[in-house]
Every structure is written in C-alpha cells, then in structure tokens.
Unconditional design. Sequence first.
Length: 172
Amino acid sequence: MLRLLERRYGTNYDVEILSGMRQVSRAEMTEVRMTPAERERKSLMPPSQEEPYGQELILDLHNCDVRRFTRGELESYLAQLCDIIDMERCDLYYWDDVGVPEEHRQTNPKTKGTSVVQFILTSTIVVHTLDLLGSVYVNIFSCKSFDVNRAEEFTVQWFRSSDCESHLVLRR
C-alpha cells in the first residue's frame, strides 16, 4: 500500500507518504506520472506491492480569473480536460445560485460559487469555485491512469491561476 501526497510550491516539491511506510524519491514521483505504456516497461510498485486501483489529483488554485467561473466556462473546461486526459464524459451536475431568488443566494466567501460534478466512465471530476476569493478546488479521480502533469498544467492555464498547490494520491 503506497499513497503519495505531493505539495508543489512553484517548482519545489515536498513528498510525504500518507501511509508512513517509506519515503519516496523524486525519481519515484516522476514514475507516477508515466503513461500506462511506460509503466508496463518499468513498474512503479515493487513486486511485493499491489498495483494502485486509481489515482486522484487534487488541485488548490488561487488568484484565478473569476470570469472562468460561469457554467458555460466550466463546461468548456471539463470537455477540454476530458479530451486532454482521455476520459469519457458522462453526466454533468451543477450546484450554484442560478435561478435562486436574490434573498436566498449565498453571500459567504466560503460558499458563494459554483460546484460541478462531471461523471466520467471511470469516476469523477469535481470542481468548486469560490467567486469572492478567486479560488478553485479541483479533484480528478479515476481508476484509469491519466497524465497528471498535463491535467495540472491545463487547469492552471485555464483558470489563469498564479498560485497552485497539487497533491497526488494513489488509491489501492
């Protein structure tokens, strides 16, 4: 059982093991980001370890362009992201103040925004925007491997974030 937590501050990486079993080198973290074909050639897990069930990329983005927080922009983001990481889109659901009377709309900075769940064939992509804080929280979980670097780079560019923290968790 190997679970990784990665924190990214600019170009520096700190890696921690959530299970406390062993330290992970930067080289091993790079192996996590290999394509499935690359992983076949060079296994990430020692023979005594189980292969991971899936991976979850967790992104905390700050100083974002809030014009990207609309339903239309979020749907476009999800469609393009799914194309980039080769995921099949299924149902899409929103939770926000669209159609809610003014007196019942959210005003708290921690709740005013849009949440969207994009079901994919192999799990979900969840996005939470916080309009008043200019922040976005993204979780991409799939039992099918995907290029976490491309997903992170595209997401940072899409939301025009100047501050991103990322975590990668391998699920077993």
